[in-house]
Design a protein around this ligand. Structure first.
Ligand code: CAA
Length: 254
């Protein structure tokens, strides 16, 4: 259900459940979580790409598996919380490379990643309302923060799907690329990040994520602490010395 590869210092995770358009079953989410934590712990990896197939990044939580779930069992097992949020624990940057459907939990998984790159074939939506439920993996919260209230309301209340172009206009994705170039482009971005200072990248990610959870004042204070602490890193000395020596920096000393 999951395939992993490495491309230089980029770790690639492919969701591979074609018979169900990569529907996110419990087993798939467990495998995905293990792969993410494996790459996060591997010092040879600097950034991670999650992708699906040409047809689907992921068509959402597995409806066949969900149909027999009942409350309070859902609460007791911590459905979603127990398996879906591992990606939020990853400290290295995670890029979602999305082609085809990113619906429901698929759209939510992409939004939990740090950068979303979309193929021109990508389709984003939160169709849970058509199943008699609502998004449960951050789809009302991260979507509203990304695209604003009115568009989030329209998507969540009607299930309307956005094209890649509309998703880019709405700030749901960083950029749209031709489908044939999606994976190469995502790996290129991951390799670029992975060549920079790992500690600075992890702190940059953390600082931006704090922007979504704090007041401006708290967020700036957090950023300042991280910024100041980087002056204790070998990568700061190396980066600045390399600039002044007009040579390429060699990062990775921490
Ligand atoms: N769960 C389980 N199986 C799914 C699935 C899902 N989310 N999405 C697709 N599949 C299965 C289909 O049942 C079908 O299987 P069979 O061949 O065995 O019938 C196979 O994948 C191919 O799908 P379709 O035949 O439907 O393909 P299509 O091209 O006609 O339509 C689609 C594609 C529009 C994506 C359609 O499959 C679809 O609407 N899927 C469901 C999307 C959805 O509602 N997602 C939200 C799930 S709820 C959720 O995610 C909750 C949350 O917030 C965490």
């Amino acid at each position: 259900m999951i395939k992993t590869e490495t491309h230089g210092r980029a770790g690639l995770i492919r969701l591979d459940r074609p018979e169900a358009l990569n529907a996110l079953s419990d087993a798939l989410m467990e495998e995905l979580g293990a792969a993410l934590l494996g790459f996060d712990a591997d010092p040879a990896i600097g950034a991670i790409v999650i992708t699906g197939s040409e047809r689907a990044f992921a068509a959402g939580a597995d409806i066949r598996e969900m149909q027999d779930r009942r409350f309070p069992g859902t609460f007791r097992e911590d459905f979603i919380g127990a398996r879906w949020e591992t990606v939020l624990r990853v400290r290295k940057p995670v890029i979602a490379a999305v082609a085809g459907f990113a619906l429901g939990g698929g759209c939510e998984l992409a939004m939990m990643c740090d950068i979303v790159l979309a193929a021109d074939t990508a389709k984003f939506g939160q169709p849970e309302i058509t199943l008699g439920i609502i998004p449960g993996a951050g789809g009302t919260q991260r979507l509203a923060r990304a695209v604003g209230k009115s568009k989030a309301m329209e998507m969540v209340l009607t299930g309307r799907v956005l094209s890649a172009e509309e998703a880019e206009r709405a700030n749901l994705v960083a950029r749209v690329v031709p489908a044939a170039e999606l994976l190469a482009e995502a790996i290129k971005v991951a390799e670029r990040i992975a060549a920079l200072s790992p500690v600075a990248a992890a702190m940059a990610k953390q600082a931006i994520n704090v922007a979504f959870e704090s007041t401006l004042r708290e967020g700036v204070r957090h950023e300042r602490q991280l910024f100041l602490s980087l002056f204790g890193s070998a990568d700061q000395r190396e980066g600045m010395a390399a600039f002044l020596d007009k040579r390429k920096p060699r990062f990775g000393e921490g």
